[in-house]
Design a protein around this ligand. Structure first.
Ligand code: D5M
Ligand code: FE
Ligand code: ZN
Length: 566
């Protein structure tokens, strides 16, 4: 008899209104006749039980000992008294095919992108687990240290006896319930004012800055510096760069000569980001010749916090349920894997937006919809969420396909959508938010601005094949969506929620549907792939998505292992 995937058992149970402990699911899936076992377990469950316990299921399976044993042996009640011994015979019987697991261990950044212009001073190690046949899909970070295929030992189920007391989830920087903006001009002024105040503070100590109006009256030849928001970037007739910066007192032009080393940084500049320019006032006093550019940046001395125990978080995004291209089988395989012993340490699941495909997000999108009703899309997503082991702590932020306001910062899902996605007591927070898991600060942001960074940055290293290089730019600018008026829609608020005030330990994004794992000034960077096969639009612009990749983050080391389920 073919083995019953745990997911089918979970579905069966949820359709009857039951949740079950992880090991209970494994035991049921491993029973000689899983359907009958589920039936018996449900029939004999205490009236008020919402969750079937391992103990109850064991009892049910024990009682069925008198049934004729199946061809290949013992009923699945046998071993797992010893919860710490996950590799028991009964558990082994239920094992699903392992996700492919060849492991490479590479130092994160410097080596990853040969053309990197520095900044790769990480000490964090990246481990990635890739399928031998699928290596290409997960090679985006450019590792080629050689991979060794190793057999997985995922033969058992994870233990149900876990001490959830050690878990902790804290959330900061969430706009939900705090939104006050009405879209008036005054609100925009307040947002930009706050951005300038907070980011200029990070730069003021590093240069001897003068307000723009004071620069006006400085004699030619003086050394000076200014901290301002980039107002305009133009090339001059002779190929130099005129970068106009604005502070609260006015605007001042700075000139970056094309043959200077710093000219390379002009390519990285976006309007509305806050920078410092150091240089010399021109003879006529009207311009600052730039010698140096400074970004708010993450200090190279940043030391990330780590968890006190070995525990992992799966960082995913872009599920796109409701799309004809939604990779349901791959998601099932992921959910199944989470039930195995190999996923024992995975206690958290973070989803960085685009739970569903949505409606009317892009022109002609309706032609590729499998489910046309937005609520039905969330209901189906919720069903897929139920396949995930019930004891995981889940945190979700919305993305541009989700049914919340499109402008950033995006508030979390409203009550109606939360009640649809109520499985697992998931936590819902805004985009962006900082989610702290056992002391590790994870900045979650869906990632719409990554499109913009890639479009505007001529450096070939910053591409869809290396989304983490775009993420570096966001950290360097200490803002998740620096440029106003482009692709990223901004909702004005009293404060700028998109400023990266505190350096995170991990930066988690999605949106571009490409896998990227890197490190920047000791911050671990993870861009999740997606669970949606290539769409017509993506085909037309040559986006080849990384489908069914789940980066698994070790919270104690910040190592990442990429699991592939397609
Ligand atoms: O977008 C996934 C990726 O594909 C992201 O890089 C934007 C791009 N994309 C997809 N569809 C379109 C259309 N129609 N126009 C422009 N860019 C698009 P996601 O929003 O997560 O589906
Ligand atoms: Fe998406
Ligand atoms: Zn998106």
């Amino acid at each position: 008899m073919p083995r019953e995937p745990p997911v089918r058992v979970v579905r069966e149970l949820t359709s009857r209104g039951y949740n079950a402990e992880r090991e209970a699911v494994t035991l049921l899936a491993g029973a000689p006749d899983p359907t009958a076992a589920v039936e018996r377990a449900v029939d004999t469950a205490p009236d008020d039980a919402l969750t079937l316990t391992t103990e109850h299921v064991r009892g049910v399976l024990d009682d069925s000992d008198d049934e004729p044993p199946t061809e290949n042996g013992t009923p699945a009640d046998a071993p797992s008294e010893d919860a710490t011994d996950g590799g028991t015979a009964a558990a082994a019987k239920t094992a699903e095919p392992d996700p492919p697991t060849s492991t490479e261990s590479t130092p994160p950044d410097p080596g990853q992108t040969p053309s990197s212009s520095g900044g790769g001073d990480d000490e964090i190690q990246t481990k990635r687990t890739t399928s031998p046949v699928e290596t290409k899909g997960v090679e985006t970070a450019g590792e080629d240290t050689g991979s060794t295929a190793s057999d997985s030992d995922a033969n058992g189920s994870r233990s149900a006896d876990r001490d959830t007391d050690q878990r902790s989830v804290e959330i900061e920087g969430d706009v939900t319930g705090e939104s006050t903006g009405t879209g008036e001009y005054a609100d925009f002024v307040a947002t930009f004012r706050d951005r300038y105040d907070r980011l200029s503070k990070k730069l003021r100590g590093r240069v001897n800055h003068r307000p723009t109006d004071a620069l006006d009256s400085m004699p030619g030849g003086s050394e000076a510096a200014v901290v301002g928001m980039v107002n305009d970037i133009r090339s001059t007739a002779s190929g130099h760069w005129l970068v106009e910066v604005e502070d609260t007192n006015g605007v001042f032009p700075t000139l970056v000569m094309k043959d200077r080393e710093i000219a390379a940084h002009v390519d990285e500049l976006l309007t509305d980001e806050v920078i410092a320019v150091e240089g010399t006032i021109s003879d006529d006093g009207g311009i600052l010749f730039a010698d140096d550019l400074h970004f708010p940046d993450i200090p190279r001395t940043h030391r990330p916090s780590t968890a006190d125990r070995h525990v992992q978080a799966a960082l995913v995004s872009d599920v796109h349920v409701g799309s004809q291209e939604f990779a349901a089988d791959a998601w099932d395989a992921f959910a199944d894997w989470l039930h195995t012993e190999e996923a024992e340490a995975v206690e958290y699941l973070l989803v960085a937006g685009d739970m569903v495909e949505g409606v009317g997000v892009y022109p002609d999108q309706d032609e590729e919809l499998d489910i046309v009703d937005i609520y039905e899309q969330y209901e189906t997503f919720a069903e897929h969420l139920k396949d995930i082991p019930g004891d995981l702590d889940i945190v979700m932020i919305p993305g541009n396909h989700d049914a919340v306001r499109l402008a950033e910062p995006q508030p979390a899902f409203d009550e109606e959508l939360r009640s649809i996605m109520s499985a697992h007591d998931a936590r819902f927070t805004g985009n962006p938010s900082t989610v702290t898991l056992e002391g590790v600060d994870i900045l979650m942001y869906h990632g719409v601005s990554i499109d913009e960074i890639i479009a505007e940055n001529p450096d070939e290293a910053v591409s869809y094949d290396a989304p983490h290089k775009a993420m570096e730019q966001l950290l360097k600018k200490r803002h998740v969506a620096p440029q106003f008026g482009g692709r990223t829609r901004l909702a004005p608020e009293k404060e700028d929620y998109l400023v990266v005030d505190d350096a995170p330990d991990v930066f988690h994004t999605g949106h571009v549907h490409k896998l990227g794992v890197g490190g920047y000034h000791n911050v671990r960077l993870v861009n999740s792939g997606c669970w949606q096969h290539q769409t017509e639009f993506q085909k037309s612009v040559n986006i080849d998505p990384d489908v069914a990749t789940a980066p698994i983050l070790d919270l104690d080391t910040l190592d990442v292992t990429v699991r592939k389920f397609a």
